[in-house]
Every structure is written in C-alpha cells, then in structure tokens.
Design a protein around this ligand. Structure first.
Ligand code: PGA
Length: 245
C-alpha cells in the first residue's frame, strides 16, 4: 500500500485549513491515501473536512492509556477524534525532546493496541552515514520499536535521514532503494510478521522537484513531507507524481 503523509509540525497552512482541505478533497484520487497530520488541537478540523482519499493523522501519541500524564494525548483519544494514523519517533521528538527508544516502543504499542496505524520514523545522522553504519543503526531502531507480539493492524515505517530533514538536502533514489532493502532485512530479523507488509516511506526535504527521482528509483511506498506539505499545490504535485502510469 502506498501513502503520502503531510506533517504540518507546529505550523498551519498559510492558505487556511478550509481551503487546504478543500483542494485536497477536490484532487483526482489514486490508490494512495493522503494523510494530513496537523497539530493536535486541529485534528477534528481536519477530520471533518477529510473523506475519500484524504484522511487525518496525528503527530504523536501517549505511551500510557490514561492517567496523570500532563501534556500527553492517548492513542485511544486520537482514534476517538477520528485520526487513523499517528507519527511516532520523529527525529524532532527524539532529538529536541529527548524521547528514547523505550518510550517510542511504548507509544508504538499503544497505537497498535488502540487500532490506530503507527508511522514509525527512523533515520541516521550524517556521522552514521559517513561511517557506513546506516544498516546497523536503522536495525537497532527497528529492534527497539518492534512489538512482535502485536500482530494486528498495519505498520508504516518512515525512513527520514536526519541530515535531510528541513535542510534542502535530500537522499537520492538509489540511496533510498539501498536503504529500503536494509530496512526490509531488519524487519525480517526483528519484526518478521511485518517484513513484507509494512509500507516504507521516505522523508527529508521532499519537494515536487526532487520527488520524480525518489519515486522512480527509490523502491519506497510513498513520502512523509514536512515543509512542502504546508502548501496544498506543492503537496498535490507530489501526490500526482505517485499516480500509477
Ligand atoms: P521536511 O520534513 O520535508 O521539511 O524535510 C520532513 C519531516 O520531518 O517529516
């Protein structure tokens, strides 16, 4: 299954949620859904304007079911709001807010138990890539986040090299193809039930200009888009590139 995810981060589209969602809804659909992940207070606004090939997602979920966890929103609450997907372990969560592997694994389990599809972000920094340790680094992240006992529901993996996020420097299609292979191998070892079924996305400075090479050569199932997702026309140009010939 292919996907295109809009990660608005802590931003709103300058054209406004109404106009943005209207343009997405009016676009010509193909098999891949577009998942729009706004800041949490706007999830319902996105849900009520979604439909068809446009669905709502969230940017994080709590690692517990309920209780005294100020600032957290549970996966069940997100589901209740109508979010179908949740981004987990984004590098901004890992690096800026110091979320560790154990916390990310609990968030993953909560999403799967609540019936909301996790989009697990993994990715190396430049040092790991230059040292040739990418496969090992990603395998460690997958091992840490996997819940082999939880077999129901889908899992989406977003490969987001840290050196490519918001930097204007994107991975090439060939580099992605190789890394997607590494990720499938790691899944085979640490989460075998997901080896064939998990969708693998790429994220990191994806734009309408560079998506052609990534999509034709990268062997991935779609994209997680930050900056270029804030403008409906730019986002839809990426969606159109993914249209089957
Ligand atoms: P970017 O962000 O497209 O702005 O690089 C991607 C992401 O962080 O999900």
């Amino acid at each position: 299954m292919n996907y295109l995810v809009a990660n608005w981060k802590m931003n709103l589209p300058p054209e406004g949620i109404d106009a943005y969602m209207e343009k997405l809804r009016a676009s010509r659909a193909h098999a891949a859904p577009m998942i729009v992940a706004p800041p949490a207070p706007y999830i319902r606004d996105v849900v009520t304007r979604a439909g068809g090939h446009v669905v709502a997602g969230a940017q994080n979920c709590g690692d517990q079911k309920s209780g005294a966890f100020t600032g957290e929103v549970s996966a069940a609450m997100l589901k209740d709001c109508g979010a179908k997907y949740v981004i987990i372990g984004h590098s901004e969560r890992r690096n800026v807010y110091h979320e560790n592997d154990a916390l990310i694994a609990r968030r993953m389990a909560m999403a799967l138990e609540s019936g909301i599809t996790p989009v697990l972000c993994i990715g190396e920094d430049l040092r790991e890539r230059e040292a040739g340790h990418v496969a090992r680094f990603l395998a460690d992240q997958i091992k840490a986040a996997a819940s082999p006992a939880l077999e129901s529901g889908e899992v989406v993996i977003a490969y987001e090299p840290i050196w490519a996020i918001g930097t204007g420097r994107n991975a090439s299609g060939t580099m992605c193809a190789e890394t997607v292979g590494d990720i499938r191998e790691a899944l085979l070892r640490f989460w075998p039930a997901r080896q064939a079924t998990a969708a693998i996305l790429y994220g990191g400075s994806v734009t309408a200009d560079n998506v052609g090479d990534l999509w034709s050569n990268g062997r991935m199932n779609g994209f997680l888009v930050g900056g270029a997702s804030l403008d409906s026309s730019k986002f839809l140009a990426i969606y159109d590139t993914m249209r089957p010939a």
